[in-house]
Design a protein around this ligand. Structure first.
Ligand code: RAT
Ligand code: ZN
Length: 429
């Protein structure tokens, strides 16, 4: 029996020797647990050039392009007129050689090269290029999945994308590691334009969203959910996203998206808070962030209890409200540290807060990878943070005498790194 002082010491002294072992065990378990990455921009090899990979793609990631323009004097147009290889050279020279690559996106490139077994100390970009050029797509997918500890990923599949659409319309063999998710931004964020496209594809829709148009919009969604076998529908939304409201978007959500999702018992994912094109000269790198009204999520979850919602918000300031909202609604799954939040300090803060408010009922992270290799660093860095936070939490429990077994830690890690996502999909409300 411990006396009061010993108990107090254990409680205060979070890093006792038992805790060191505990933390090491947690870290090993989290490292060994395979991940389902529930939101990426990756494609299976059957999609050809849509699957981005290699060091030039890593260096020209839009996160790095934004950082490059801060560090360089190069005019925007001059950069955009360069070939991809030249852009990669410019970014390498500017962000890695002339400046220290301290940002998370820069560090990520180095983690990838290192984990692939390349000599980062050599700073030899051409050697990295040569190594990548010798990899074939299918074999490289295997290498990357193994290295990242990935089980499977969810793609972002856009039926409005002129390059992607024909792939779905052709016959191809599905790779079971790449699941689909139907992305419907054009429909919900620019209905007049999307409406014209749908008409061209044989759906009798109209800008005013008559009854007939609503039925046809539902038919479009059903056709594409079926064709792609999507696990969910998804949209990214601006900070001023409101619900309910008088708008084509709100009508489409109520009358088309939610009924189709309900019918298939699949979630609707909303990623809220992106301010598109804050600086159009940066192209894909030109988007910004602002706070949104989490009340809109609350009203949707309350108003449609038979629908499942997966929500992430881009602004740090929205995270607490979102976590509290999830406490109130079992049809709400909070996921990931999205985009500008995918940095170790913010992942740590968010994961800690979410575990404290929601226990292990969350999806702490998704990668948002656009380049195959990126899953290596995104999961390497996130796993480290998740393991640290979990280690602290189990140590807090241990201080009371509640010891979690390795099997229990494994159970929790499996849930956090994929199980919760699959369970939410299969759940009937
Ligand atoms: O994280 C990103 O790469 C962004 O450009 C977006 O793609 C964002 O994740 C989104 O899905 O809209
Ligand atoms: Zn994304």
């Amino acid at each position: 029996m411990l006396d009061f002082n010993q108990r107090t010491n254990r409680t205060m002294n979070g890093c006792g020797s038992e805790n060191k072992e505990l933390r090491e065990m947690v870290s090993a378990v989290v490292r060994a647990t395979p991940v389902t990455d529930m939101h990426t921009h990756l494609f299976a090899p059957a999609f050809g050039d849509l699957l981005l990979r290699g060091v030039d793609e890593l260096l020209t990631y839009h996160y790095l392009i934004a950082e490059f323009f801060r560090a360089s004097e190069m005019p925007y147009d001059a950069f955009w007129s360069l070939s991809k290889r030249q852009q990669a050279d410019a970014i390498w020279n500017t962000l890695f050689l002339e400046n220290a690559p301290l940002s998370e996106a820069c560090r990520g490139v180095l983690t990838v090269l290192h984990r692939l077994g390349l000599d980062v100390a050599a700073r030899d970009l051409d050697a990295y290029r040569a190594w990548h050029a010798a990899q074939d797509a299918a074999g490289f997918v295997d290498i990357v999945f193994r290295c990242a500890g990935l089980k499977d990923v969810v793609m972002t599949n856009d039926p409005f994308d002129a390059t992607e659409r024909p792939v779905w319309e052709s016959r191809f063999e599905r790779d079971p590691r790449f699941h689909a998710a139907l992305r419907i931004d054009p429909m919900l964020n620019d209905w007049p334009n999307a409406c014209g496209k749908l008409r061209g594809w044989g759906y009798a829709v109209d800008p005013a969203l008559s009854d007939k148009a609503r039925a046809e919009a539902r038919r479009f969604l059903e056709d594409w959910m079926k064709r792609t076998g999507s696990l969910y529908m998804a949209v990214s939304l601006p900070p001023d996203f409101a619900y309910p409201e008088e708008s084509a978007r709100a009508t489409l959500i109520t009358e088309c998206v939610l009924p189709v999702a309900r019918e298939r018992n699949l979630p609707f994912a909303m990623m809220i808070g992106v301010k598109r094109n804050v600086n159009p000269a940066l192209r894909l790198a030109g988007d910004g962030v602002d706070q949104c009204d989490v009340g809109a999520v609350e009203r949707l979850c309350a108003g449609f209890p038979k629908n499942k919602f997966m929500i992430t918000t881009l602004s740090r300031e929205n995270q607490h409200t979102l976590a509290v909202t999830a406490r109130k609604f079992r049809n709400l799954l909070v996921f990931g540290c999205w985009w500008f939040l995918n940095n170790p300090s913010l992942i740590e803060e968010m994961t800690r807060m979410r575990l404290e408010l929601l226990g292990p009922s969350i999806v702490p992270q998704h990668s948002d990878a656009r380049v195959l290799d990126q899953v290596i660093y995104k999961w390497d860095h996130s796993r480290t943070v998740i393991a640290r936070v979990l280690g602290d939490k189990y140590a807090d429990l241990a201080a009371t005498g509640w010891m979690c077994s390795e099997a229990e830690v494994r159970r929790d890690a499996e849930r956090l790194l994929g199980g919760n996502f699959w369970r939410f999909l299969e759940r009937t409300l």
